[in-house]
Design a binder for this molecule. Sequence first.
Ligand SMILES: Cc1cc2nc3c(=O)[nH]c(=O)nc-3n(C[C@H](O)[C@H](O)[C@H](O)COP(=O)(O)OP(=O)(O)OC[C@H]3O[C@@H](n4cnc5c(N)ncnc54)[C@H](O)[C@@H]3O)c2cc1C
Length: 386
Amino acid sequence: MATAQVGVVIVGAGPAGLVLGSLLLDRGVDCVILERRSREAVEGRARAGFLAAHSVRVLTENGLGGGLLAHGTTHTACLFRSDRGEFTLDYGKSGQGEAHTVYPQQELVRDLVAEYLRRGGEIRFGAEAAEITEGAVRVRGGTRVTGRYIAGCDGHRGIGRAALTAHGTRTARWDHGVSWLAVLAAAPPSLDAVGYALHERGFAGHMARSASVTRYYLQCPRGTDPAEWSEERIWAELAIRMRTDEFGPLRRGAVLEKAVVDLRSDVLERPGAGRLWLAGDAVGLISPTAAKGANLAVLQAELLARALEGALARGGGASLARYPADCLPRLWRAHEFSHWMSGLLHGPAGDDDKARYGRELQYARLESLRTSRAHQDFFAENYVGI
Ligand SMILES: Cc1cc2nc3c(=O)[nH]c(=O)nc-3n(C[C@H](O)[C@H](O)[C@H](O)COP(=O)(O)OP(=O)(O)OC[C@H]3O[C@@H](n4cnc5c(N)ncnc54)[C@H](O)[C@@H]3O)c2cc1C
């Protein structure tokens, strides 16, 4: 059974789909969001937390930033530790002088769902898109939802991306060859800054999420089963890699979640064609080293909203034809920076000549970052910018 045609059928109620939906409604475009999970599952999924200044601007200027303005906290510094010491880089005082806003993704998603519904939008939770054909989405169970355009905001493993690649769209891909154990702990942050610890046992990271929750990362071998990491082992390893003997203890708490993330990046050569256009992780997966994923999702949602509005208002694809050129260069710049960050954070394993060479390069990069104002400005511009 088909339902009446809408302007845009959006697949996926993550940051990309929800921002796109609200911006389209604001511009008078009717849309429907199909989301395979329940509302509780979508609103409870803890992932990102660092919003770049551009994302905050897009959200607040479009009436979507109430929660983050009320409850988010500002972050302007990151700290690097290694066996050669520690230094703090106050990126808020470098580059464009911009800050991150720390606001957990699940809370942002909760705000976005509420605002989209308040604007009169329709979300069908528990509606899994099974197939995308020209201007229509078949929902598992039989219903067909038709739209003048389809927006695939269904993440990296979604069918939006699969529909494009099945028709020949190619992907550029990189496997960073490392994995992180991503831990969410019911523990207050231990540092006032994002913490990056370089260690011969592997990288460790610290990122605040709220006054009582902190995300930690531990580099681990590919194929690691999170069950191998007991709470005890996680805190013991974090203490070693964060060098707590030298720099002071971590504030511990119960581990709420642990999952292994393989660091991989990829970008589609084109983010859409014809009546199907993508935004967010569907266009490109980015390694989490520089916390860019959710920010790129917001950026692309903003650009795609403008392009779809233009295409629907003027009945032509000229504004959509510009979407790839608007979105891909910025995406690639974020990928280039994340790739560089990955090289900074992950040293080679072992103690042969090649490993020693690789580690010295890591130290040289860190030293340049510690001492060069020009490098700090460049870092800040890319770290907070999007
Ligand atoms: C541990 C971790 C930490 C991270 N930290 C950061 C950070 O600090 N900063 C940052 O910017 N980014 C971070 N990211 C990345 C960020 O979370 C993602 O880039 C972001 O969620 C992408 O948003 P999206 O809307 O494109 O996709 P998603 O959030 O994946 O949303 C896609 C939605 O589509 C739905 N869907 C999928 N298939 C279908 C279907 N067939 N039918 C209907 N619905 C479907 C899914 O259920 C999902 O709700 C992190 C990611 C992880 C895993």
